[in-house]
Design a protein around this ligand. Structure first.
Ligand code: PEP
Ligand code: MN
Length: 264
């Protein structure tokens, strides 16, 4: 498999900048006002605006996303702030609707990457379409499932891909919500050398205090970008409230991050 990193959408988004590709936005799109307020605060400061509209929550009776109407809000973000936008897709209908609304980049979540049927359905819906896709690792520490999902999407003809490392769930308690197990993405990178890789320190950390150090560790390993959940009022977020940061805190995190020599 060949990924042309130089020509990739993700490389172009960063243009000639030195720093990492910056992706931020709320875990969930909650209301039009919350989406627009966050986007306004991030415009000009990030390359790609994220917001989940279909939320794969582990437990029922929690906020499961605003659904299709969130697509209109994301397309407003594009028009009003000139930001590129991305959202999570988990089935063929999500892909079709997201494309209708001009969503620039799609991502596949950790609870979807574990399921080859779901990934194949998404791959089939992507046939004949050129849209960049980011593929999160599966929830469990299974490198083959991650590679398999990348191969399935690649086989549909979509070659503008990136991997997102969001950590791995474990029964063992640790300071992380999802243990980073850095060795797994290192092995992924060894297989797909030109595949851009992005860290999602928010889901690895599970709390906002660790985001800065997890991001720095990833950059030290040569990662291409960071995706950080950002919300105007994190404590009152409808999902992942403990790990989201304010736009002001995000700016401090970015300020501190250093691009050092890569180890890959
Ligand atoms: C998310 O990015 O909000 C999300 C649901 O992440 P993950 O698939 O990594 O759990
Ligand atoms: Mn989240």
């Amino acid at each position: 498999m060949k990924f042309n990193n130089k020509e990739s959408f993700f490389t172009r988004l960063r243009a000639a900048e030195q720093g990492p590709l910056k992706i931020a936005g709320p875990c969930s799109a909650e209301s039009e006002a919350q989406v627009m307020q966050t986007a306004q605060a991030l415009a000009g400061k990030v390359h790609l605006f994220r917001a989940g509209i279909w939320k794969p929550r582990s437990r029922p009776n929690t906020f499961e996303g605003i659904g299709y109407k969130g697509l209109e809000w994301l397309s407003r973000v594009k028009q009003e702030f000139g930001l590129s936008v991305t959202t999570e897709v988990a089935n063929a209908r999500h892909v079709e609707e997201a494309l209708k609304y001009g969503i620039d980049v799609l991502w596949i979540g950790a609870r979807t990457t574990v399921n080859p049927f779901a990934v194949q359905e998404i791959a089939d819906a992507l046939k004949g379409v050129q849209v960049p896709v980011m593929i999160k690792n599966p929830v469990n520490p299974d490198l083959a499932l991650w590679i398999g999902a990348i191969e399935r999407i690649y086989s549909s003809g979509v070659t503008d891909l990136a991997a997102i490392h969001r950590g791995f769930s474990s029964y063992q308690k640790s300071k992380y919500r999802n243990a980073p197990v850095w060795q797994i993405p290192i092995e992924l990178k060894a297989q797909f050398q030109s595949l851009p890789i992005i860290v999602d320190p928010s889901h690895i950390a599970g709390n906002r205090d660790l985001i800065s150090q997890v991001s720095q560790k990833a950059l030290d390993l040569g990662y291409d970008g960071v995706m950080i959940e950002t919300h105007p009022d994190p404590d009152n977020a409808l999902s992942d409230s403990e790990q989201q940061v304010t736009p002001a805190r995000l700016a401090e995190i970015f300020e501190k991050l250093q691009v050092r020599k890569t180890n890959y």
